[in-house]
Write a protein that binds this ligand. Structure first.
Ligand code: SF4
Ligand code: SF4
Length: 137
């Protein structure tokens, strides 16, 4: 029987060389980040200079992901309850009901989706200046 070299099999690996000249599809995260769409629902932000402490965000959250806490500093003199929301990102499903209902429009969803920290507490509550829980006052 005559032996026939498998030319296709020999040349096939070299077809991978074309990828040397293509732009990589992957990103060098965390140095490069993927751009988020305009309406992306990332971590919550609360502008405490506008938050009036009404607690509507806490009331509407079906996942009970929000509790009202006393911040270290009251940044809005109109915040009569002197409380601001704190979000547990382990419970949140990013439905955005809390931002929709916020009368002061202080609570929004940012485009931030990456949180790196050595402190596990940071992954639960990422709104800055959240301070102590109401029952820890
Ligand atoms: S986005 Fe939805 S689940 Fe998350 S804290 Fe707001 S209301 Fe609760
Ligand atoms: S609904 Fe808005 S204004 Fe009211 S407590 Fe929540 S973040 Fe503050």
């Amino acid at each position: 029987m005559k032996w026939l070299p498998d030319i296709k099999g020999i040349l096939e690996p070299f077809t991978a060389l074309k990828y040397l000249f293509k732009h990589p599809a992957t990103l060098t995260y965390p140095y490069e980040k993927r751009e988020t769409p305009e309406q992306y629902r990332g971590f919550h932000r609360n502008d405490q200079t506008r938050c009036i402490g009404c607690g509507l965000c806490e009331d509407i959250c079906m996942n009970e992901a929000i509790d009202m806490v006393r911040p270290d500093v009251i940044r809005n003199p109109k915040n009569s309850s002197e409380l601001v929301p704190r979000v547990d990102f382990g419970r949140c499903c990013w439905c955005s009901l809390c931002t929709d209902v916020c009368p002061a429009k202080s609570l929004t969803l940012s485009s931030e989706y990456s949180l790196v920290s050595n402190d596990p507490e940071d992954f639960l509550y990422a709104i800055p200046d959240a301070g102590k829980k109401e029952n820890e006052k």
